[in-house]
Design a protein around this ligand. Structure first.
Ligand code: FEO
Ligand code: CA
Ligand code: CA
Length: 641
């Protein structure tokens, strides 16, 4: 059997490897049972025509037109399997920036086959681009972008097989993750980074941060370097993004657990040991995925067992002030944060929807105590309020359950620190890996990508349904109805009283991805808005543009075989919220995930992230593969979002 090197795997694949999916025999049995459910969820369960679909460069026209079979102004792209990006006829793409490109003129030069050295690694655009948002003041446009995790075999010197050999190597990896703030501008040759802009900034694994909210100062957040438990270093595994109405950036710490390890057997207190188990922090004495702990004591749990408690949060960054200290908002909970999607209640309270991307974890909502007043004090809006977790009912209603000390038996600080545990106390609904949530600006509704869950309904070796990290059995439930869910689905909800602050909602499934050419009936065929032309799996990234088009990005199996035949590489599709129609718009290079999407202020350019390409994209043979942001425009200059 070939030995798997964890450094060859994407983070999700790594997780899958160490927590493997069930055997083939179980899979076949479950498929057989699932297929026998004829007519099950035979189509997208439309809410009716609530969303106001306005004229745009993407949608052809009005709501009336949207009722027709085809409402998009582009021809669907065929699936692709090669090493580059494709867009429909009438559109063009270009590279804006790639890992290693300079943000400052003193950045090290990128060697085509060797990358860049550790010195100056915090002066270049980071690796594995993910969530991003664009901010503007007048003509100045800032793109703020996450760099989720490294590709050590590509980033570290050749011959080391992706293993750090020194603190210098660890510093290189730490420096190319986090967040890049960079000014961008469009000139005669297209879009480019404004090198040396006074706004350019790299935030990485050693950048000073402030911790606020209920967990700040808790004993479990104190370390030798920070006895106050309020000043941490670094933001980790920055996955999806968000923004606030007052113009700050939110970066979301996802698989933070993977950066910690131990060089000696551990003796932990009960709370810490239970927390490590629930959040997947390894207590084994081994190099782990990145072996930071082998060279940097801060990540060695035998010396600093509280360090992981200082990660797993929503972090707020002021893009306009390069000296501003980022703030970790513990009030919004500690879990494997995917993204943060805001809405305002009719009164003006700030709502932030958030997913916890792990099999059988939950969906959350924050509601601020105070209202947002443009130009007013915003200092309490992400620290004073109430965190809720979602419970979905079989009758297609749902409830946001408040995570309070009374109902969880935990203090406010403990709820902030061990949010997953609090949510389990109130019987939240286990979900199929909540990835991005998007709020529709043209209707009071929101959507969440539930990417896949290979363990849903699967049996363990003793014949029991497999559990999440809390020990809850992941039996199929209404919004996660498919056993061994290899394709994923998108759930949509409408808050009651058209108020995102309401504690109840109605929900449906906007789409269940599937493959009707391989599985002609049953839940693996997918909902009626899936057809041979628009096949995809594992919806992950998502944004809804100003006209109401849902942009869906995928991070799934791209081998184009078996259950995944006809899907091709990972991709970005456009969805109509009213008719449910979905069309493939863009495909990424083989091996890559398409993740991160935002628009220029004039909406004539779309910025799309290409993460971990599997071939030497975008520069071709002889140059290392480099994650990159590409721009997409219509050739006639019309708006694209
Ligand atoms: Fe970083 Fe769940 O994607
Ligand atoms: Ca993701
Ligand atoms: Ca994913």
């Amino acid at each position: 059997m070939t030995k798997i090197d964890p450094r060859d795997l994407s983070f999700d694949d790594w997780d899958e490897h160490f927590f493997p999916r069930p055997t083939e025999q179980e899979f076949d049995r479950v498929v057989e049972r699932a297929i026998s459910r004829r007519g099950f969820l035979g189509g997208a369960l439309a809410f009716g025509s609530g969303a106001a679909v306005m004229g745009t460069g993407i949608l052809k026209g009005s709501t009336a037109l949207a009722q027709q079979t085809s409402c998009f102004a582009f021809e669907q792209l065929a699936p692709q399997t090669d090493g580059t990006v494709h867009v429909p006829e009438g559109y063009s793409w270009d590279v804006l920036v790639r890992w290693g490109d300079p943000l400052f003129s003193d950045a090290p030069t990128f060697g085509p086959a060797s990358g860049h050295p550790s010195t100056g690694a915090d002066r270049v655009f980071g690796e594995n681009t993910d969530g991003m948002e664009l901010f503007n003041k007048g003509d100045t446009e800032l793109l703020v972008v996450n760099s989720e995790y490294p590709n050590p075999k590509i980033n570290l010197p050749a011959g080391q097989e992706g293993s750090p050999a020194s603190l210098e190597d660890v510093r290189l990896l730490q420096s190319i993750q986090g967040v890049s703030v960079m000014e961008v501008a469009e000139g005669a040759d297209g879009w480019a980074v404004v090198v040396d802009s006074p706004y350019n900034r790299r935030i990485h694994h050693n950048t000073p941060m402030v911790i606020d909210g209920p967990a700040a100062g808790h004993d479990l957040l104190k370390t030798a370097a920070d006895p106050t438990g309020t000043q941490s270093l670094g933001t980790f595994n920055n996955c999806g993004s968000g923004r606030t109405p007052w113009g700050t950036y939110l970066t979301c710490e996802e698989n933070f657990n993977g950066y910690f390890g131990t060089t000696a057997e551990l003796s932990l207190d009960d709370a810490t040991a239970a927390g490590f188990k629930r959040y997947g922090v390894s207590t084994k004495v081994d190099p782990g995925r990145y072996n930071y702990h082998g060279f940097d004591e801060r990540f060695d749990l035998s010396k600093n067992p509280n360090e992981p408690h200082r990660a797993g949060y929503i972090v707020e960054i002021d893009p306009w002030n390069p000296d501003a200290t980022p703030v970790k908002h513990t009030a919004l909970g500690r879990f494997k944060h995917e993204n943060a999607a805001y809405a305002l209640t009719p009164e003006g309270q700030v709502v932030v929807y958030m997913g916890d991307d792990e099999r059988g974890e939950y969906m959350y909502k924050w509601v601020s105590r105070d209202i947002y007043v443009p130009g007013g004090d915003t200092s309490t809006l992400l620290s004073e309020g109430q965190l809720f977790v979602a419970k979905f009912n079989d009758d297609m209603t749902g409830t946001w359950i408040a995570l309070t000390p009374e109902d969880t038996g935990m203090s406010a600080a403990e709820i902030a620190l061990f949010t997953r545990v609090a949510a389990t106390q109130v019987s939240a609904t286990t979900m199929d890996r909540p990835e991005w949530i998007a709020v529709n600006p043209t209707a009071t509704e929101a959507y969440c990508c539930l990417t896949n869950n290979s363990r849903r309904g699967a049996l363990d070796d003793d014949g029991n349904v497999r559990t999440n990290a809390a020990g809850e059995q992941m039996v199929p439930n209404a919004p996660n109805p498919r056993e061994i869910n290899r394709y994923g689905q998108i759930v949509r909800w409408r808050p009651h009283n058209a108020d995102h602050g309401a504690s109840t909602f109605d929900w449906d499934l906007y789409v269940m991805a599937g493959n009707p050419t391989v599985h002609t009936e049953g839940p693996y065929a997918g909902t009626a808005n899936i057809n041979a032309g628009n096949l995809f799996n594992s919806p992950d990234g998502m944004q809804i543009d100003t006209t109401g088009v849902i942009w869906i990005q995928t991070d799934g199996n791209d081998d184009n075989e078996g259950d995944f035949e006809g899907m091709g590489n990972n991709q970005m599709l456009a969805g109509d919220p009213v008719t449910g129609e979905i069309r493939r718009f863009l495909t990424g290079p083989n091996g890559s995930e398409v993740t991160g999407l935002t628009w220029s202020v004039d909406k004539r350019t779309m910025f799309v992230g290409i993460q971990h390409p599997g071939s030497p994209f975008p520069d071709g043979e002889g140059v290392l593969p480099r994650s990159a942001i590409v721009t997409v425009k219509r050739n006639d200059g019309a708006k694209v979002g």
